[in-house]
Design a protein around this ligand. Structure first.
Ligand code: KG4
Ligand code: ZN
Length: 365
């Protein structure tokens, strides 16, 4: 089975060719330089850039996978048959989603093959199966899934491929969004996650520690909330720099900013670990999968590994490889391939910017 996948939900334009378990190509073009000066993704700019870039990214992915121009000849690709064209229906930015939707349908019609629309968050979950140039061992079910990205923080109970129940999700900021906003407050640039991680690890190496931030555990629900933590960082900066610090562009010296980042990272990681450990105990499940951009964070990975090493029941935690944590089309291709393998070809093909809310059944705490 060979699938062509397109991903344009947010600020990465990506195309992948997956053949069975082998990633033949996975081209990712990031728009970070375009959005950097705004310290966040500007939706209209993102859609336009996807539109401009998708032809080149598509042709680079096909070329790397061994296809030669002209790629589509009399309804057939100039190379091995493609069994499906896959795209992310959502969640994502509406204008951005439309780009891969239209490009994917065009490719599917030219190739005379089927079109499959998948859930971007399922892509982040399945990304843990990607390793090096291919798909590694399949996920063992049942398991608890934690998806931590820029737009979403969701805790799932997964009974099999496509069989997910949402235990909890963020009530306000996603974990990645909190990283981005804290980086903005500290003047560390965009995207915030990697910048905060770098500053925190420097502080740790120097032995610097800031006063701990409160943990938003919310033990009576499976939901998350990270906006209070972001506000706690803002209050700390106000106390240190004065009320008008942000407007006056006052920023902490690098060393102090680093120790704030370290304390913030610790609070986010502890919160995510605690809720996941509790979900495992509550549902008697001892396998965990962590995906999404924030899963690239090394402190988070370390804390999860430590927490699950000591758990009874032989608990095991599995992460997506770091390069497959952030948005990429390989994880979307894998969603399509798993759907093909179980004969689930159908399903809606409309774009769905709020797909997460409507996707899987919700379990009440
Ligand atoms: O999954 P993703 O690429 O896009 C969405 O679907 O949202 O996640 C992007 C998010 C951003 O908020 C970014 O700051 C965060 O993931 N991120 C990180 C790290 N790398 C990316 N957060 C913490 N540590 C990192 N190393
Ligand atoms: Zn994503």
């Amino acid at each position: 089975m060979r699938v062509l996948a397109l991903e344009t939900t947010c600020d990465e334009t990506s195309v992948c060719l997956l053949d069975g378990d082998r990633v033949l190509s996975n081209v990712v073009l990031s728009q970070i330089p375009l959005h950097r000066k705004y310290s966040g993704v500007v939706p209209e700019l993102a859609s336009r850039a996807h539109l401009e870039n998708i032809p080149a990214v598509l042709s680079a992915a096909l070329t790397r996978a061994g296809y030669r121009r002209p790629f589509f000849r009399s309804g057939r690709p100039a190379g091995p048959k493609i069994d499906a064209v896959v795209f992310s229906r959502g969640p994502g930015l509406p204008g951005a989603l439309l780009v891969s939707r239209v490009a994917a349908e065009t490719a599917a019609r030219l190739l005379g093959t089927r079109l499959i629309g998948v859930n971007h968050l399922e892509g982040h979950f399945l990304a843990c199966e990607l390793s090096g140039g291919g798909a590694a061992a399949p996920i063992r079910f049942p398991c608890i899934g934690l998806i931590v990205s820029g737009g979403h923080t969701e805790l799932w109970k997964a009974g099999g491929y496509g069989r997910y129940e949402v235990l909890g999700r963020t009530r306000d900021d996603a974990a990645g969004e909190a990283f981005d906003k804290v980086a903005k407050l500290l003047g560390l640039g965009y995207p915030g996650g990697p910048a905060v991680e770098k500053a925190a690890s420097r502080a740790e190496a120097a032995g610097d520690a800031a006063r701990a931030f409160p943990r938003p555990y919310m033990d009576d629900t499976w939901d998350f909330s990270f906006s209070g933590l972001k506000t706690a960082v803002a209050y700390r900066l106000r106390d240190l720099l004065g009320a008008g610090f942000y407007e006056e562009r006052l920023r902490l010296p690098a060393r102090e900013a680093g120790s704030v980042c370290l304390a913030f990272e610790e609070a986010v990681a502890d919160t995510l670990v605690r809720k996941t450990v509790r979900a495992c105990a509550a549902f008697g499940v001892h396998r965990v999968i962590v995906g999404g951009g924030v899963a690239a964070n090394l402190r988070l990975r370390k804390k999860f590994s430590e927490a699950f090493r000591g758990l009874p029941g032989g608990g095991a935690v599995r992460f997506a490889e770091r390069r497959y944590c952030t948005d990429n089309a390989a994880m979307i291709a894998l969603c399509g391939a798993r759907r093909l393998a179980r004969g689930a070809y159908g399903g809606p093909l409309d774009i769905a910017p709020d797909l997460s809310a409507a996707s899987w059944p919700r379990v009440r705490a």
